[in-house]
Design a protein around this ligand. Structure first.
Ligand code: 13P
Length: 235
C-alpha cells in the first residue's frame, strides 16, 4: 500500500511566534508514517522550508497566478514558488472559488502553470450543501475535475459543507465520492479527503480504500492534533 499523504492548510493563519511554536511541535520521533506537507501563507513559506522540520516535510502554497510574469500586481507566479523549492500548490480551494469568484477555467490555467513550473498541483473539488441535497454531488465534482487537464496531480475532495464546520463527511460518504473520482483519474493519483478532519475521525476516514490521505485545515494549526492525524494515517 502506498504511503498516505497528509497536507496541512494553514489558510490565512500564522505569525513568526505561532509558526515557530507549531513547527517545533511537529518534531516527530522516528520516521513519519505518512508523507507530510504544509501549505503556509506566502510570507511564511521560507520559514517552513528553512525550519529543522522543513527537511522532513514538504511545503506548499495555497494559490498562485496563472500568468508567467508581468503586470499582475499582488500576484505570485508558479516559477517564483518553484525557485524556492515549493513542492505543492493548492488549486481551486473552495474558499478561492466562493470568496474570490475563481472559476473552473482559472483553476485549469493555474493547474497548468503549476505543472509547467515542475511542481505538483493539488486540485480541490467539492459540492455545497445545497448541491448535495439536490443530488448533484457527482455532477459538480465531475465538472470541476473535467475542466482541468488533470495529469500528475493530487486530487482533494473537500465537501464545502464540511469545511471548518466540525461536520465531517462520514467515511462512507467520502468513500463514495472518492470511488467516483477514482474512475476518472489514473490509478496512482492520490485522492485526499478534506473537511473537519480531526484526530478523532481521521483513522476511520483514512481506512476507506479510496482515501489516500487528508487535507487538514483547523487541526493543522495545533501540532499535537496534526501529528495525531499523521499517525492515524499509518494505522
Ligand atoms: P478544516 O479542516 O478546518 O475543515 O478545513 C479543511 C480545508 O479547507 C483544508 O483545505
Amino acid at each position: 500500500m502506498r504511503r498516505k499523504l497528509i497536507v496541512g492548510n494553514w489558510k490565512m493563519n500564522g505569525s513568526h511566534a505561532a509558526n515557530a511554536e507549531l513547527l517545533a511541535g511537529l518534531q516527530a520521533q522516528g520516521p513519519w508514517v505518512a508523507e507530510v506537507a504544509v501549505c503556509a501563507p506566502f510570507p511564511y513559506l521560507a520559514e517552513v522550508a528553512l525550519s529543522p522540520q522543513g527537511s522532513l516535510i514538504a511545503w506548499g502554497a495555497q494559490d498562485c497566478s496563472a500568468h508567467e510574469a508581468g503586470a499582475y500586481t499582488g500576484e505570485v507566479s508558479a516559477a517564483m514558488l518553484a525557485e524556492f523549492g515549493c513542492r505543492y500548490v493548492l488549486i481551486g480551494h473552495s474558499e478561492r472559488r466562493q470568496l474570490y469568484g475563481e472559476t473552473d477555467a482559472q483553476a485549469a490555467a493555474k493547474f497548468a502553470a503549476v505543472k509547467a513550473a515542475g511542481m505538483t498541483p493539488i486540485l480541490c473539488v467539492g459540492e455545497t450543501l445545497q448541491e448535495r441535497d439536490a443530488g448533484k454531488t457527482e455532477q459538480v465534482v465531475a465538472r470541476q475535475l473535467s475542466a482541468v487537464d488533470f495529469k500528475d496531480g493530487v486530487l482533494a475532495y473537500e465537501p464545502v459543507w464540511a469545511i471548518g464546520t466540525g461536520r465531517n463527511a462520514t467515511p462512507e460518504q467520502a468513500q463514495a465520492v472518492h470511488a467516483f473520482l477514482r474512475r476518472k483519474v489514473s490509478s496512482d493519483t492520490p485522492i485526499l479527503y478534506g473537511g473537519s478532519v480531526k484526530p478523532q475521525n481521521a483513522a476511520a476516514i483514512f481506512a476507506m480504500p479510496d482515501v489516500d490521505g487528508g487535507l487538514v485545515g483547523g487541526a493543522s494549526l495545533v501540532a499535537k492534533d496534526f501529528l495525531d492525524i499523521v499517525k492515524a494515517a499509518g494505522t
